[in-house]
Design a protein around this ligand. Structure first.
Ligand SMILES: C[S@@+](CC[C@H](N)C(=O)[O-])C[C@H]1O[C@@H](n2cnc3c(N)ncnc32)[C@H](O)[C@@H]1O
Length: 236
């Protein structure tokens, strides 16, 4: 990637990956960017408000995992905040069936308005904690992902119970990702997963990304997820 990232580089990277976006998809990204900046004046959605940075650090970053694994079917985004990574993925891959589980009501309000403005079908925005949602919807999704929600030992217990057998948990991590991954090894195995990919990326400012892909090879034992206080106090 170039040293200074411009919005147009986003579309070039997509093309390099064989993804040609229609005018409407480009417009959807533009509407998304505008809504993010506008709503951010009323509520805390993101620290990134520069247009080029939004295209790189939110939009491109969200889509990066799909360059290494074919993301299709049902996709649950735990703690999506302002919609990352699931909404950029949905814009690029309109067939995805998205469920967002987000614990902050104001952000859910933003996400619902966003989905309406972007005319997105098949996006459910659920106001809940992931560990509560898993009581009813465990092992329901082909893919479960999260970015910037919790450290990996904790995040694994929030996300893996929601993954179907043979489905995938994608943990999107930054510079400390590998350290977190070593600490999470026991959690990943206990919850029924094994690592199948570890993908490294670098953004234009040199910041590192590592996206871990774990596959569910055994059902998650019924006692997980525990209540959040227990997960936090005593991570697996
Ligand atoms: C730092 S934000 C990251 C948002 C987004 N994923 C991103 O990368 O920009 C973390 C989000 O996770 C949500 N969250 C934290 N714990 C959660 C849980 N147990 N279940 C669902 N959402 C949770 C928070 O409300 C917050 O919106």
């Amino acid at each position: 990637m170039s040293e200074i990232f411009h919005k147009d580089d986003f579309f070039h990277v997509m093309q390099e990956q064989g993804i040609t976006l229609s005018e409407w998809q480009k417009q959807q990204f533009s509407i998304y960017k505008d809504m993010l900046v506008e709503w951010n004046q009323k509520m805390n959605l993101t620290a990134i408000v520069d247009e080029d940075e939004i295209y790189e650090k939110h939009f491109l970053d969200s889509i990066l995992p799909s360059f290494d694994i074919n993301i299709k079917g049902s996709f649950c985004d735990v703690g999506a905040g302002a919609g990352f990574p699931s909404i950029p993925l949905k814009i690029v891959y309109p067939e995805l069936k998205i469920t967002i589980v987000e614990t902050l009501g104001k952000r859910v309000t933003f996400l619902k308005a966003l989905c309406e403005a972007l005319k997105l079908d098949d996006v459910a925005c659920v106001h809940a904690r992931a560990e509560d949602y898993a009581k009813q919807y465990r092992e329901s999704f082909d893919f479960v992902s999260a970015r910037a929600v919790a450290n990996l030992p904790v995040l694994s217990e929030l996300c893996i119970p929601l993954v179907k057998m043979n489905g995938y948990f994608i943990a999107m991590k930054g510079a400390n990702g590998e350290e977190e991954a070593s600490l999470a090894q026991k959690a990943i195995t206990t919850l029924g997963c094994k690592e199948v990919q570890r993908n490294f990326k670098t953004l234009s400012d040199g910041s590192k990304r590592v996206n871990f892909v774990y596959q569910k090879v055994k059902p998650t034992p019924n006692k997980y997820p525990r209540a959040f206080a227990k997960i936090k106090k005593n991570p697996l």
